[in-house]
Ligand binder design. Structure first.
Ligand code: ADP
Ligand code: BMX
Length: 302
C-alpha cells in the first residue's frame, strides 16, 4: 500500500453519500476542481449515475479517463451496489454499478465511501504511519474503513468495515439495516434527526441540532453527547478486536467543531490500551475522493 506516490494521482473521482454527491478533478494528487450537489436519496441507481455523470462532464471527464467512485452502501466483489441501511437509499437493492459505469464512462473502480477514505488516509494521511488504523465517518450514517498491516480490509460481499451496524449499549431503536440498537441508529445524522424529532424538534437535521447545541440548548447537547458516546464505545470495541493504534474521524458530523473533543471526553473512561490516538481525517472531506481514485489506480492491491 505504500508504493503509490500521491503525485501519481491524476484523474477523476466521485463520492455519493446519503446527503451529498461530490466529484473532483485531481491532478498530481491535488483536487484542482470540486463540485457538489444534494443526493436524491429516493432516486433509482440509473438516476444516481446520471447525476454523477453530469458532475464529471462539467469537470471535463472524457470516456476512459481514470475514475474512482465511492458510494455509501456496500459494493461487492462483482462491483454490484447495495444499500445496507435501506432507510438511507431505499432504491439501491443490488445494482451492477461498475458494469454500468464502464458502459457509460469507461472503466471505473467502485468501492464503499468509508473504505475509500480509509485507503486515502492510510496512504497519505492520518494512518500513514499506523500499523492498525480505522477511519470512521459520522455523516448521514456511521461508516468505517480498516487498514491493518497496510492492507484495506475487504470482503467479497462488501460488508467488511461496516462498523456503524455494530450493536450499541447507547441505542435501543430500529435501524434501517434491519438490525436493532446499532451505533448508526443513534449516532449518525439520521439517528440524530430521529432523536431530535422524538424530543419534539421535528424536522431538525443534525446540522440544526449542532446549531441548537452551540446556542446552549440542552436537549441538543444531550443528543450530540449520546452520539459521541456511542462512537467512543465503538472505538474501544474496535481497539479490542483489531489492536487499533490510530483512528481518524471524517464526515460532516465527525468533523463538526467540538465533536472529536466530545468523543475524547467519553473515551477518557476507557483504559489506555482501548484508547487509540484520535484525530481528524487529514484529507478532511476530500478523503473519499482521493481514496477512490487511488483505489482505481492501484486496483490490484485491494
Ligand atoms: P454524506 O453522508 O452524504 O457523506 P455529510 O458528511 O455531509 O454527507 O453528512 C451529512 C450529515 O451531516 C447530515 O445529517 C447533516 O445534517 C450533517 N451536517 C452537515 N453539516 C453539518 C455541520 N456543519 N455540523 C453538524 N452536522 C452537519
Ligand atoms: C452506512 C452505510 C455505509 C456507509 C456509511 C456512511 C448504506 C447506504 N450506507 O453505514 O455503507 O459507508 O453509512 O455513509 O447502507 P454516508 O452516507 O453517511 O457518508
Amino acid at each position: 500500500m505504500k508504493d503509490l506516490p500521491r503525485t501519481d494521482l491524476t484523474g477523476f473521482a466521485a463520492d455519493l453519500g446519503g446527503t451529498k454527491i461530490a466529484a473532483a478533478r485531481i491532478e498530481q494528487g491535488a483536487i484542482v476542481e470540486r463540485l457538489q450537489t444534494q443526493t436524491d436519496a429516493a432516486a433509482d441507481p440509473k438516476a444516481q449515475i446520471v447525476v454523477i455523470r453530469g458532475l464529471l462532464e462539467r469537470l471535463g471527464h472524457t470516456t476512459g479517463a481514470p475514475l474512482g467512485v465511492a458510494v455509501t452502501g456496500r459494493v461487492d466483489s462483482a462491483g454490484a451496489w447495495h444499500a445496507v441501511n435501506r432507510g438511507t437509499l431505499p432504491a439501491i437493492l443490488g445494482f451492477p454499478l461498475e458494469h454500468r459505469l464502464a458502459g457509460d464512462l469507461g472503466a471505473a473502480t467502485c468501492l464503499n465511501d468509508a473504505a475509500a477514505a480509509a485507503f486515502a488516509e492510510g496512504l497519505f494521511g492520518a494512518g500513514s504511519s499506523s500499523d492498525s488504523f480505522a477511519y470512521l465517518t459520522v455523516s448521514t450514517g456511521v461508516g468505517g474503513g480498516l487498514v491493518i498491516a497496510n492492507r484495506l480490509i475487504s470482503s467479497a460481499n462488501g460488508l467488511a468495515g461496516h462498523v456503524g451496524f455494530v450493536s450499541s449499549p447507547h441505542a435501543s431503536g430500529p435501524c434501517g439495516s434491519g438490525r436493532r440498537a446499532t451505533v448508526e441508529s443513534i449516532a449518525g445524522g439520521r439517528g440524530i434527526a430521529a432523536a431530535a424529532a422524538a424530543a419534539g424538534h421535528d424536522g431538525a437535521d443534525a446540522r440544526a441540532v449542532f446549531a441548537a447545541a452551540a446556542d446552549g440548548q440542552d436537549w441538543a447537547e444531550q443528543i450530540i453527547a449520546i452520539s459521541a458516546k456511542a462512537v467512543a464505545t465503538l472505538i474501544g470495541d474496535l481497539a479490542a478486536i483489531l489492536g487499533l493504534d490510530t483512528v481518524a474521524m471524517g464526515g460532516s458530523i465527525g468533523l463538526a467543531p467540538g465533536y472529536i473533543d466530545r468523543i475524547r471526553d467519553a473515551l477518557s473512561d476507557e483504559p489506555k490500551l482501548f484508547r487509540p490516538h484520535l484525530v481528524a481525517a487529514e484529507l478532511g472531506h476530500d478523503a473519499p475522493l482521493i481514496g477512490a481514485l487511488a483505489a482505481h489506480l492501484r486496483k490490484e492491491i485491494l
